[in-house]
Design a protein around this ligand. Structure first.
Ligand SMILES: N[C@@H](CCC(=O)N[C@@H](CS)C(=O)NCC(=O)O)C(=O)O
Length: 222
């Protein structure tokens, strides 16, 4: 079986996570720069790869995976990671990492940020819902502020001294929130600032957002 890695998708927060993780792991891969809502996710060829018609999608040899969280966790489990990249030493650490990933994917990304995206930016498709958007913004800050600052007061990253896939996920949501002008507390701004200087982050931005200097948000009209 070939070991070729291919990533489908650029220009979105979810795709950025995958590019970033591959850059952290120093892996060479083939990038297929298709965009969301350009029609490129709806071709028969792409739907046979990801029937959900969404980016990102990932291939490693004959194995295909969608869902940004699952993809970056797969990379974390199956490839050698650089010094300082968190690897769970036991089931407690593995479960704590899982807890962060599920929290960020569900409580920060899928619920509040995606509600804002769908019912404000993409209201021409999904319908306007200004009250839901306001409440999503409030909910994002409530959840973020309850969970993250207490941890960052005592450690550099979510899992302690080592950088992890959970930090990739959180930073991607913070970039998204920043693009929405959601005011982030100082401790979280400093964390985001520190992480955004990582060489892998900077090189991944160039691949994922070839026409922008910063991953502001999921790119205009998707
Ligand atoms: N839960 C998925 C979400 C993927 C997703 O919603 N992708 C959007 C862009 S961020 C997309 O491809 N939209 C295209 C469409 O709906 O046609 C993940 O994290 O990978």
């Amino acid at each position: 079986m070939s070991d070729q890695i291919t990533v489908w998708g650029i220009g979105t927060t979810r795709a950025m996570r995958v590019h970033w993780m591959l850059h952290e792991a120093g892996l060479k891969y083939d990038c297929r720069p298709i965009g969301a809502r350009t029609g490129e996710t709806q071709t028969q060829a792409y739907l046979s790869l990801n029937p959900k018609g969404k980016i990102p999608a990932f291939q490693h040899g004959g194995f295909t995976l969608s869902e940004s969280v699952a993809i970056i966790r797969y990379i974390g489990r199956n490839f050698e990671l650089p010094e300082g990249f968190f690897v769970a030493a036991n089931s407690f650490e593995e479960s704590r990492l899982e807890e962060w990933c599920v929290f960020i994917a569900m409580e920060l990304d899928a619920h509040p940020l995606y509600t804002m995206r769908r019912h404000r930016d993409l209201k021409h498709i999904y319908g306007a819902a200004p009250e839901a958007v306001d409440s999503a913004r409030e909910y994002f800050l409530k959840q973020l502020n309850a969970a993250v600052p207490p941890v960052l007061e005592n450690s550099r990253y979510l899992m302690g001294d080592d950088f992890s896939v959970a930090d990739i996920l959180l930073t991607s949501c913070l970039d998204w929130a920043h693009g929405y002008d959601i005011p982030l507390p100082k401790i979280i701004m400093e964390y985001r600032q520190r992480i955004s200087l990582r060489p892998a982050y900077l090189s991944a931005v160039k691949v994922c957002y070839p026409n922008q200097s910063m991953p502001v948000q999921d790119g205009g009209e998707e």
